[in-house]
Design a protein around this ligand. Structure first.
Ligand code: NAG
Ligand code: NAG
Ligand code: NAG
Ligand code: NAG
Ligand code: NAG
Ligand code: NAG
Ligand code: NAG
Ligand code: NAG
Ligand code: NAG
Ligand code: NAG
Ligand code: NAG
Ligand code: NAG
Length: 788
């Protein structure tokens, strides 16, 4: 057997060992193949994904941060002496070894909680089940920034086999710069004193945790989206294994040692160094013995304590994460979380079951009807051209499709009637595949903290990828449907810091602020008032979100509490919403525009919402005034906003033939305000199919790109046939797009459904944004209080 030093010598001698990308068969995906699958997604800094771009999968593409930067996460299963890599690509740069292979991908399945990857490894099947619980009603568990990986094996030939498991992580999880010194230690069973060698007492229940941190940390700072403070942890325990071992050291060395000797040396490397310098890796190995089935549990994540920096009347405050109230210190947190697997699984399964039941109900699928059932199509098509052309054929990707104009399972390009159609998939199945994919991405953009003012938590959102602002109002607004569906209280915890800041006199403008801080995690507001200028957008959004929370939570007190502040914003809307001056709307990448139809209607609907709010708090003369103004404005708006053809609203008043997604009428329907006349809904619903493209309806007539969150909001305002077109188009796009990172909301509806380019030809990549909460627009509408 090779000793440690000779393994090194061997690797060094081989230098850049030949790296090969194995040609592996493609796994089968259920319910579809998204551009990236969540692996460990529990917060802005615990956000690991695997991309499916270029036919990549878990053991060809490996794990990456939401930005696409690689993370070292390695998994090997050894069966009867042959090692198979199922997670990561780290072992592929080892010198070629006769007893080392890639596991063969079989299937990839996801739901709202799990991404499960199944492989064959000789006579066993191995499943890597990545579990990031989405349990929004459980505040303590929701605040935990850690995720699970359960690796299980199952004999496929009925015989018992000798099985060993290995896994490691590297320091790329906590630093963008590979030359920054990282320090580490191994901890046993919640004890802060580290262990090494023989003072580690290995027993079945003891939990071992690697902790990594930057030697020089900077609290509340980021470097290329990576946190510059906090601890990364990777944990496991012996469990039912026959033998358990650990080691940290040079990655190639550890993997080589495991592949050849099937065990580790229980040594903690003391040569603290950068992530790129003889890549330090942190490993666990389990010897399961001769088994037919078996499994090992790992937990992983990045823990920041404190979590946020917050401006209050007593100055800048460092806020502790909410879990400190529930579990204690970081060691106790890791222990609790590890042991909590079964309970978390039960809670996650309950959310998932409810989600499926709610979708079945939405589509009228009775009992335990499968989501692939085609039952549940209700409604008629009112655009007559859709009746007359049916066809079947092969689309540009080689998929068979059937376009059935009576049920709109697919749709054709209305201009060419050519091979552009969505495969024959039920809308319920499409919708499930979208919302199930979105759930972890949404929750992964938030942190819950202790509040300096009350016993309720505060919730902060990171505007992931677009600019990193804190609690961006026009990013909370599209995300709102998820919270209304899953737990409206979270929307309140997210709104509270914005009210506290502005009611506390920290913002000088008469309209609502755009965000609570330019750089997450600094929730320090804009005392100068020079935040991004979206006055009508954000004032409308705040009023609409506040009423939505109040209605869905049955909390009228919240309206009285914030009436004065909302009244101030409503006054701004009275003045500026009907004829909006040149300004940005939330779709700021599209640039400024005067007289935006969709922005104006948001302001007007918000004035209608203010009438409802005033009525609820007993301000009846305010209510009458707001109500009369909303009616007066909507009548004028209709004259300005409708194209002379009377087929659609315009993108901007006086811009003849322009059009756009009129998504801001969704809150009118959601909140039962009745401000927007029914014939506007009908007209728009009939219009969208006429301008749809292969991957959906463009955001507006200026470009071919669209926003999937706004598409789903719009879908919720349409009659069923048009709604189906939107829903199926988004699922079809997810299945086929060439975008390579977590579910983007901004994509091209033509070509390969890629990221669009800006006007200078540079791609605009929106990644993993919480706006996908908007995908729950149909479910929120179905849950609307007092809905009939
Ligand atoms: C992906 O796999 C499919 C089928 O296995 C193949 O047709 C296609 O060319 C592959 N694409 C790439 C980019 O390798
Ligand atoms: C994924 O695996 C877990 C067990 O680890 C199981 O409970 C869950 O139902 C699976 N989900 C899917 C979509 O296969
Ligand atoms: C570390 O790497 C970064 C680039 O990633 C570079 O800017 C910096 O100068 C390097 N620092 C040292 C000490 O080498
Ligand atoms: C284990 O041994 C190391 C020295 O190798 C020491 O630093 C550490 O405190 C010991 N831990 C315990 C729990 O005794
Ligand atoms: C947060 O504020 C601190 C103090 O001003 C600063 O050092 C840090 O870089 C800021 N964080 C980010 C992400 O900008
Ligand atoms: C976590 O990391 C920070 C550096 O960001 C460090 O100061 C702290 O001691 C670490 N906590 C633990 C429990 O290791
Ligand atoms: C457990 O594994 C280690 C590392 O391979 C080995 O040194 C040790 O002898 C094993 N212990 C038992 C009881 O098999
Ligand atoms: C752990 O123990 C090994 C050998 O006993 C020693 O070489 C190493 O420096 C120790 N690690 C730490 C972190 O003290
Ligand atoms: C649905 O199926 C589950 C498990 O298969 C069962 O427990 C439940 O009773 C069924 N519900 C109905 C309404 O049939
Ligand atoms: C995704 O594509 C696969 C393969 O073409 C197909 O079987 C599946 O039905 C599609 N799923 C959806 C939701 O469109
Ligand atoms: C905005 O629309 C109003 C109403 O149609 C019109 O009077 C005004 O001239 C428009 N403003 C601009 C700059 O086009
Ligand atoms: C009513 C209608 O639009 N029918 C169209 C069906 O498709 C053919 C081309 O395949 C068109 O020529 C028709 O106008």
């Amino acid at each position: 057997m090779l000793g440690t030093t000779s393994v090194f010598a061997c690797l060094l001698a081989l230098g850049a060992a030949q790296s090969y990308l194995p040609q592996l068969p493609q796994p089968v995906y259920f319910p579809l193949r998204p551009p990236a699958l969540p692996l460990a997604v529990r917060g802005p800094y615990t956000s690991a994904w695997t991309s499916t771009a270029g036919n990549g999968t878990l053991n060809t593409a490996g794990a990456s941060f939401w930005t696409g930067d690689s993370l070292g996460w390695e998994g090997i299963v050894t069966v009867d002496g042959i090692s198979y890599e199922y997670l990561g690509t780290g072992s592929q740069s080892l010198p070629e070894l006769p007893n080392f292979k890639s596991a063969t991908p079989l299937s990839v399945r996801y739901d709202s909680q799990y991404s499960n990857f199944t492989f064959s490894a000789g006579p066993v099947e191995v499943t890597a089940s990545f579990f990031s619980p989405v349990i929004p009603k459980d505040l303590c568990r929701t605040s935990i920034p850690l995720s699970y990986l359960i690796t299980s094996v199952k004999s496929t030939d009925g015989a018992a086999h000798d099985v060993k498991l290995y896994s490691d992580v590297n320091a790329a999880w906590i630093t963008y710069e590979y030359n920054k010194t990282v320090t580490w230690s191994l901890h046993e069973s919640g004890i802060s004193k580290p262990v090494n060698g023989s003072n580690a007492t290995i027993t079945a229940p003891s939990i071992f945790s690697w902790l990594l941190q930057l030697k020089d940390s900077y609290t509340f700072a980021e470097n290329n989206q990576f946190p510059e403070w906090g601890n990364f942890t990777y944990s496991s325990s012996e469990g039912s294994a026959r033998n358990f071992s650990f080691e940290s050291g040079f990655s190639g060395n550890l993997r080589y040692k495991f592949i050849n000797r099937h065990g580790l040396s229980n040594i903690v490397d003391s040569d603290y160094r950068g992530a790129g310098e003889r890549e330090p890796a942190f490993a666990f190995a389990h010897d399961l013995g001769s088994v037919r089935t078996g499994s090992v549990v790992y937990t992983i994540g990045t823990i920041q304590q404190p979590a946020m920096r917050y401006l209050t009347s007593s100055g800048l405050t460092a806020l502790q994460p909410w879990w400190t109230k529930c579990y204690g210190d970081i060691y106790q947190l890791i222990q609790f979380h590890y042991k909590d697997l079964k309970t978390s699984q039960a809670l996650g399964a309950a959310f998932e079951a409810q989600l499926k039941a709610d979708i079945n109900q939405l589509y009228g699928v009775s009992g335990n009807g499968s989501l692939s059932s085609k039952a549940g199509y209700i409604g008629t098509l009112s655009a007559p051209w859709m009746y007359t052309n049916t066809s079947r054929g092969t689309d540009q990707f080689g998929n068979q499709y059937v376009f059935d104009s009576r049920n709109a399972y697919g749709f054709l390009d209305p201009h060419t009637y050519e091979g552009i159609a969505i495969p024959d998939v039920s809308e319920a199945a499409s919708y499930y595949s979208i919302v199930a994919l979105s759930a972890r991405q949404i929750m992964g953009a938030y942190v819950l903290t202790v509040s300096p003012h009350s016993s309720d938590p505060l919730m902060f959102q990171k505007e992931i990828s677009s600019d990193g602002n804190v609690n961006t109002v026009d990013v909370m607004y599209p995300a709102m449907p998820f919270f209304l569906y899953a737990n409206p209280a979270l929307l309140k915890y997210n709104l509270d810091p914005l009210f506290q800041n502005q009611e506390g006199g920290f913002y000088p403008n008469g309209y609502s602020m755009h965000d609570l801080g330019t750089n997450f995690p600094n929730a320090t507001g804009h005392v100068e008032g020079n935040d991004e200028y979206m006055p009508v957008e954000e004032s409308g959004n705040m009023i609409l979100m506040t009423l939505a929370y109040s209605q869905f939570a049955g909390d009228k007190g919240y309206l009285s509490q914030h009436y004065n502040q909302m009244h101030q914003w409503a006054k701004y809307l009275l003045e500026f919403s009907l004829i909006p001056e040149t300004q940005l709307s939330t779709d700021d990448f599209a640039g400024q525009l005067v007289n935006q139809t969709n922005l104006a209607v948001k302001g007007i609907v918000a004035i209608g919402a203010m009438a409802e709010i005033a009525k609820t708090v007993g301000a009846s003369s305010d209510a009458a005034n707001f109500s009369a103004t909303a009616t007066k404005y909507i009548n004028k708006w209709e004259k300005f906003a409708v194209d002379p053809s009377e087929k659609h609203t315009l993108l901007a008043y006086e811009w003849r033939s322009s059009w756009g997604l009129l998504y801001n009428i969704y809150p009118d329907k959601l909140l039962g305000l009745g401000v927007v006349p029914a014939h506007i809904y009908e007209m728009q619903s009939n219009w969208y199919p006429q301008v749809s493209q292969i991957f959906g309806v463009p955001l507006d007539s200026r470009h071919f790109y669209t926003k999937s969150d706004w598409e789903m909001w719009t879908a919720a305002t349409c009659e069923p046939a048009t709604r189906r077109l939107f829903v199926d188009a988004i699922a079809y796009w997810l299945n086929e797009t060439t975008t390579s990172l977590a579910f983007t909301d901004l994509y091209d509806t033509v070509g390969t459904g890629d990221y669009p380019n800006d006007d200078s030809g540079n791609p605009i990549q929106f990644i993993a944004r919480p706006v996908q909460g908007g995908q729950f627009a149909l479910l929120a509408l179905a849950k609307k209080p007092n809905s009939t």
